[in-house]
Design a protein around this ligand. Sequence first.
Ligand SMILES: NC(=O)c1ccc[n+]([C@@H]2O[C@H](COP(=O)([O-])OP(=O)(O)OC[C@H]3O[C@@H](n4cnc5c(N)ncnc54)[C@H](OP(=O)(O)O)[C@@H]3O)[C@@H](O)[C@H]2O)c1
Length: 258
Amino acid sequence: MTDKSENVHNGADESAAADVTEADKSGHKSVSTARSVLPSVGVVGGTGPAGSALAARLASVGIQVVLGSRSKYRAMEIVDGVLEKWPDFDLPITAGDNDEAAGADLVVIATPWAAAAITARSVADRVKGKVVITMANALTRVGDEFIPLIPPRGSVAASVQSMVPDSLVAAAFQHVPAHELGDLSRPIDSDVLICSDHRSAVDAVTELVRHIPNFRALDCGELSNATAIEAFTAVLLQLNVRYKTRVELNLLGIPDSI
Ligand SMILES: NC(=O)c1ccc[n+]([C@@H]2O[C@H](COP(=O)([O-])OP(=O)(O)OC[C@H]3O[C@@H](n4cnc5c(N)ncnc54)[C@H](OP(=O)(O)O)[C@@H]3O)[C@@H](O)[C@H]2O)c1
């Protein structure tokens, strides 16, 4: 793993400990109450099902989230909807335009795949030196068939990294279904595959994922593996259709002690 980022801000406040409980039986960690030491997260293009679900889930563990949109008013509408849906959670989500979302410590690009790289470029100055997470999958659907598409640089994540060379891009959350992610009434038992060319980006995303109960962060190596991670989503969606379900990723054989 090539880390160009020794002095780069990874969004985490290393001076204070997060309120993380011990790992549970399955090796997952959970948070009882999160504190302000957690990095804030901005979700660029956060008004869709995936971005708004991730925003809600992160906020449910106390992470400050800015949900972004090309239109701040649309972001406000979506945030209002999320807050109304989960009144008991006191979710720390605010609405902003994409530029404001990109001002957070750690930034997620949650647009459709074809817009991810160009959207990242539009906020390049704001995300300089920061961890940028891309969750996009380049796929198309023909009838009941899901077909992975390979973008010119091999993955959406690689395209995003090329547009924001001064940021630390990581691919993550590709396989987490939006509906379950946004349903705060239940935890999701899911592995989150993470890859990046920057060690500190993998570490920052791992830390973020560990705050979500029942999620397990798995370090999948360099960003070149985003090609396989993104394309594999087509397989999972195909399984959903074939077996009339919504699969969640759980890999066997990894020691509980991680
Ligand atoms: N849906 C899932 O279950 C799921 C799970 C994991 C990963 N993902 C990935 O997460 C990403 C978002 O999925 P989604 O279903 O939430 O997508 P979506 O609803 O199609 O789009 C999300 C938001 O992106 C913005 N957007 C749309 N077109 C754009 C453009 N041309 N330029 C800039 N912004 C644009 C829109 O926000 P504004 O109009 O408000 O700016 C839109 O609300 C996708 O890449 C998907 O592959 C989805």
